[in-house]
Design a binder for this molecule. Structure first.
Ligand SMILES: *Cc1c(COP(=O)(O)O)cnc(C)c1O
Length: 217
């Protein structure tokens, strides 16, 4: 689907929800997409992208940045602590802060580097054992811990279970953010971003609807 169609759908969802135009940021998820497709979307003027692997992002974004210096790339997949410093050099935001050890590593490297990407805390709203994220019952404490370390916590992120109505998870994430005074909500993907916007998403992560099905590596 053309990028302009996705943007029109976002604008309509914002209006339907009574939200200000432009209040939702579109993260174009470019993981595993051929470089020509990513380049086409850059050439259309889009500047905010999402990647789920540090290694993959390191392989393509430094080159794209030479041509498009104002691009912003967000890490939306898991981060191993030993790749944190590399991630600081690649991403303007990290959406997958999900455990105290990682938060402490980010705080230490932020001190050393003198800057820190915007952070989103990932919440495992479906309490799925195979999925990353802090459990909902531990979220308030972990958010507090991150704020006490002066980390720039921008908001929360979730990936709902595939077989459940995502709106329940979006509503839960919004509730946890609200009671902790956090404004950012990274939620909604190709199949459900309009529902996420209705429930307050500030960042939607849309891949296949923009780029087409991912070509497996
Ligand atoms: C791949 C991915 C997306 C995009 O998924 P689509 O269904 O292709 O829109 C969003 N968020 C995360 C965390 C992802 O890994």
């Amino acid at each position: 689907m053309p990028l302009s169609d996705i943007k029109a759908r976002i604008a309509k969802a914002e209006a339907d929800a009574g939200r200000a135009p432009g209040s939702v940021h579109l993260i174009a998820v470019s993981k595993v997409q051929p470089n020509e497709r990513v380049h086409a979307v850059l050439s259309e003027g889009h500047r905010l992208f999402g990647e789920n692997r540090v290694q993959e992002a390191a392989g393509k974004w430094p080159t794209f940045r030479e041509e498009f210096p104002d691009v912003r790339v967000h890490l939306i997949g898991p981060l191993q602590t030993n790749k944190t410093r590399q991630a600081f050099g690649l991403f303007e935001a990290i959406h997958s802060v999900d455990r105290p050890k990682l938060a402490k590593t980010i705080a230490r490297i932020a001190q050393e580097e003198g800057h820190c990407p915007d952070l989103f805390i990932q919440v495992n709203t479906g309490e799925e054992s195979q999925k990353a994220g802090i459990l909902p019952t531990d979220a308030d404490g972990f958010i507090r811990e991150c704020l006490d370390m002066d980390l720039p916590v921008h908001g929360l992120m979730c990936i709902p279970p595939v077989d459940e109505e995502p709106s329940l998870h979006f509503a839960l994430l919004a509730k946890i953010a609200k009671r902790n005074g956090l404004k950012g909500l990274s939620m909604g993907m190709s199949s459900d971003f309009e529902r996420a916007i209705a429930l307050g998403a500030t960042h939607v992560r849309v891949g296949s609807a923009i780029f087409g099905e991912r070509v497996p590596g």
